[in-house]
Design a protein around this ligand. Sequence first.
Ligand SMILES: Cc1cc2nc3c(=O)[nH]c(=O)nc-3n(C[C@H](O)[C@H](O)[C@H](O)COP(=O)(O)OP(=O)(O)OC[C@H]3O[C@@H](n4cnc5c(N)ncnc54)[C@H](O)[C@@H]3O)c2cc1C
Length: 276
Amino acid sequence: MKYYTPSSLSELNDLFLQTNNSKITILSGGTDILPRWEEGITLPKHLIDLKKINSISGIVEHDNKIIIGALTTVQDIYKSELIKTKYTALHQAASQFAGVQIRHRATIGGNICNASPAGDLLPGLYVHNAMIELTGPNGTRKLPINKCITGVGKTTLNNNEIVSAVILEKTEELSVFYKLGLRQSMAISVVNFAIAYRQTSPNLFDLQSIAAGAVAPTVVYLKEFTKAVNEGLPLEKAISLIEHDISPIDDIRASADYRKTVLKNLLTHKLKELYV
Ligand SMILES: Cc1cc2nc3c(=O)[nH]c(=O)nc-3n(C[C@H](O)[C@H](O)[C@H](O)COP(=O)(O)OP(=O)(O)OC[C@H]3O[C@@H](n4cnc5c(N)ncnc54)[C@H](O)[C@@H]3O)c2cc1C
């Protein structure tokens, strides 16, 4: 295996061209990749570590946008006052993400590219309509997050592209995140979800969107349910509509039925809390 540490995007693009895009693996924090290697998965021919590319790290405000570099760690997201006040669901997801050591290494780019349906940063990115910036030798393009992630471990990135940034519009929408794991900390989500809403008066709000994780091959928007609640259907009646958008499976962490029931119960509970 050859190991490379480019220090700029142009060096990275040169590497993509030199290696002829063959069997390249990208490394960011390594918190997904390294455990897989320890389980015996074949090492790649070329490993490109992004860690020295400073231009894709950190959180900046630009015009009416917030740009989060792909190498920004979960800990940096957790610590950001801007994220905490404007994109609360992301802050809350970061606060419940693994333990502090993993949070210092795991990156937002890695969480997106790993494309796990249970990725904790993803529901917050979905409800805030994140655009994902992809960069490679052919230039830069942007995709909505739900067009970037297409299945379990699947993305629409080309071989010679990386996620370079996440772009969020400035917004007056508020958001919350909720995660259920098998234990209090260091646990992958059995179910997680984020809710974006607008407060229209002290006790009234409009739901903007709800995105749920670990209940389908990708994070999904609960569109039918959200629409019905906004049209005034009582929560208890509307809740069964989540079944239009989810397709949970049985796995080692929980059964499909458990996931469905727990999502219904937690969502109803969380929305009632918001109404108070
Ligand atoms: C003990 C432990 C606890 C964990 N707890 C949680 C948790 O609570 N919630 C959660 O969501 N996840 C959790 N994870 C999973 C993991 O930490 C996250 O998915 C993390 O965000 C991955 O980021 P990374 O930078 O470490 O990715 P890496 O391991 O470096 O990469 C992950 C994948 O993405 C690709 N990749 C990485 N960056 C880029 C990029 N910029 N462009 C293109 N491809 C890229 C890599 O090639 C690889 O396929 C946990 C992992 C461990 C080991």
